[in-house]
Design a protein around this ligand. Structure first.
Ligand code: ZN
Length: 454
């Protein structure tokens, strides 16, 4: 190791640094097995160490890329051979759980699933949840403002963080570890870092908000004949279940076709309905919860909103139903998108999208599913041969949003992948203000350069 790597090793000790050769044995991301390239990876054991590291990087004009569980989907944590990677994998503890205030203090490198399990032992629920829970870290979830499956009930990461500690580009430690739900003392500084994708500071610790654990769960997979019925069913369940609806996942027919059948999952419902809804509620009173859930389904059937239904009878059956939504390997390879838009604009959008894809290439197809109540659609665009079509696919997906009040990213973020399209979702004044903030917090452009604001 030479130069900057040696200087950094002096600060964290040899165990805290991984050299470029050993780094090549680490994959670039959760999705991509290509070797990691960088000057080195440093793994501080504390915010103080990270502060010293950043001071040195600042003095040496050394750019850094912070990496968490590498489960992001927008190339937001990719380093170049000239960068230093910072990993908080040694700062991975749940420091405390406070049952009175219903909060936990967690270090940024803690894995989401570990945090979920840790607080569950004390009767609490940390509701942030998504497929990559076993690898994604709290710091990554904060930096990307992660969403996922339970947003309808509990909100995104932004809603689940009460306080933060972050290290700035010049090594300054900003400790803003608020524990209260209410604290109206000027600018809410933590929100600057949440969703900033590592471009404004490095999150080291967070105070997260816990909820009482639920003890009963009701799940149903429903077939629906038209979009109006999907929406009225959502309204019915939200209102009728008294706020206990956790998930309302909608799958368009093409998605359901792609992930079930010969090469995919068993199809518990016939494969020719236009829409499928995976609805799930959680409560604390099994008998009453089940009665209430069943009553909503019966009312939905009677109103003609539900055409067919499957209610899983065991944990294994529930898992099988969820796999249809969560494990979409048979629909890959594909380009994956996460647009958001008002619910009433969705049918127009999906029509435009399908027409765009059909007109583009005869052999291309596209699948749609989404977290409907969040206004969030996921789209897979699949040209029959996989490479070299990204830009054309982007154009169809994003340009179809024109005039529909939508956003090019509901939950994945911008990274580098969506940077060329950011201007579609943000005005010139917003873009200028984002650049002003970046300039103020990171004047040398050392923090995750080239991401979000370019
Ligand atoms: Zn999602």
């Amino acid at each position: 190791m030479t130069g900057i790597a040696e200087k950094l090793a002096d600060l964290v000790g040899p165990k805290g640094v991984i050299g470029p050769e050993a780094l090549r044995e680490r994959p670039t991301s959760y999705w991509d097995q290509a070797p990691t390239e960088a000057r080195c990876m440093v793994r501080p054991g504390s915010a103080e160490q990270l502060s010293a590291l950043m001071r040195t990087c600042y003095e040496n004009n050394q750019a850094v890329v912070v990496q968490g569980g590498l489960t992001g989907l927008v190339e937001g944590a990719v380093a170049t051979a000239e960068d230093v990677i910072i990993s908080l994998e040694r700062m991975n503890r749940v420091e405390s759980v406070d049952p009175w205030d219903g909060i936990a203090v967690v270090q940024a490198g803690a894995v989401l699933q570990t945090v979920q399990e840790h607080v569950a032992e004390q009767g609490f629920l940390f509701p942030l949840d998504f497929g990559a829970r076993g690898s994604a870290t709290i710091g990554g979830a904060v930096a990307t403002n992660a969403g996922g499956l339970n947003v309808l009930r509990y909100g995104m990461m932004r809603n689940l963080v009460l306080g933060l500690e972050a290290v700035l580009a010049d090594g300054t430690v900003v400790s803003s570890m608020n524990q209260m739900l209410k604290n109206n003392t000027g600018y809410d500084l933590k929100q600057l870092f949440i969703g900033s994708e590592g471009t404004l500071g490095i999150v080291t610790r967070a105070v997260i908000r816990l909820y009482p654990q639920t003890t009963s769960r009701q799940t149903a997979l429903l077939a629906v004949e038209n979009f109006e019925s999907v929406v009225s069913l959502l309204q019915r369940m939200r209102a009728g279940l008294g706020g206990t609806l956790n998930a309302f996942e909608v799958m368009w027919n093409d998605y359901y076709q792609s992930v079930t059948g010969d090469s995919g999952h068993d199809a518990p419902l016939p494969r020719d309905y236009p829409y499928y809804v995976l609805a799930e509620a959680e409560g604390v009173s099994a008998g009453a919860d089940e009665d209430r859930f069943t009553a909503q389904l019966e009312a939905g059937l009677e109103a003609g909103e539900i055409a067919d239904a499957i209610i899983p009878k065991s944990a294994a059956e529930r898992d099988a139903v969820w796999k249809i939504r969560e494990e979409f390997d048979s629909a890959l390879p594909a380009y994956i998108y996460d647009v958001s838009l008002p619910i009433d604009a969705m049918p127009t959008y999906v029509d435009r999208l399908k027409r765009g894809v059909n007109n583009w290439r005869d052999d291309a197809s596209c699948d749609v599913f989404g977290h409907l109540a969040d206004g969030n659609l996921h789209i897979f665009v699949r040209p029959s041969d996989s490479d070299g079509h990204r830009e054309a696919a982007d154009r169809i997906v994003y340009e179809s949003l024109e005039g529909l009040r939508g956003s090019i990213s509901a939950e994945h973020g911008i990274g580098t992948e969506k940077l060329p399209w950011l201007g579609m979702s943000r005005s010139n004044a917003e873009m200028a203000l984002m650049r002003t903030l970046k300039q103020a917090l990171d004047p040398k452009n050392l923090l995750n350069p080239g991401k979000v604001v370019g």
